[in-house]
Design a binder for this molecule. Structure first.
Ligand code: IMP
Ligand code: MG
Length: 180
């Protein structure tokens, strides 16, 4: 599938993303006003561009850490397992934490990460996702802040990949195959 020719149609422009991040970062700064330090946790790898832009708009003392989770389907079961491939470097007990995700799709990844991090007793744990595909949800989970609701399309760019490609596009685009 990945070697089939495709084109990318722009869905959300770089300018629209930047404007949305400005609004979201104001809301986040209000929510965490007075914090001594906000630990911003990026979920690798898809959130790396989003987290970079987000923290530069955030008027708060922040620390940045990363977590890598990988989900894989089991064709025999409807539930999916999520593995932690790279854990945080720092402690989050008694801290304010913001988890930054690229896309909430089935919801398994975010659900698992929230459960894991809550078990470490942060003072406050909030979540933000750039994109949301609510029609694909398999478990009931919602990020506290959402950039954009999108239809059930495969998207790339702004950190998000298709078989590790297209992460460097400055906008979000939808993959369209050009032959079948
Ligand atoms: P889920 O919510 O556990 O199903 O998985 C969310 C993860 O699946 C995201 O963090 C992405 O890495 C990946 N994903 C979901 N939809 C897309 C897409 O349209 N393009 C690229 N990756 C996607
Ligand atoms: Mg991801």
């Amino acid at each position: 599938m990945t070697d089939k020719p495709y084109v990318i149609d722009e869905m959300i422009s770089a300018k629209t993303i930047a404007a949305r991040i400005e609004d979201l970062s104001r809301e986040i700064a209000d929510e965490f006003a007075g914090t001594s330090k906000l630990i911003v946790v990026g979920l690798l790898r898809g959130s790396f561009v989003f987290i970079a832009d987000l923290v530069r708009e955030l008027d708060l003392p922040v620390e940045v850490d990363f977590l890598e989770a990988s989900s894989y389907g089991d064709s025999m079961q409807s539930s999916r397992e999520v593995r932690i491939l790279k854990d945080l470097r720092g402690q989050i007990e008694g801290r304010d934490v913001l988890v930054v995700e690229d896309i909430v799709d089935t919801g398994h990844t975010l659900t698992h990460v929230i459960q894991l991090l809550k078990s470490r007793n942060p003072t406050k744990l909030k979540t933000i996702a750039l994109l949301n595909k609510s029609t694909r949800r398999e478990v009931d989970v919602r990020a506290d802040w959402l950039g954009f609701e999108i239809p059930d399309e495969f998207v790339v760019g702004y950190g998000i990949d298709f078989a590790q490609r297209n992460r460097n596009l400055p906008y979000i685009g939808k993959v369209r195959f050009t032959e079948d």
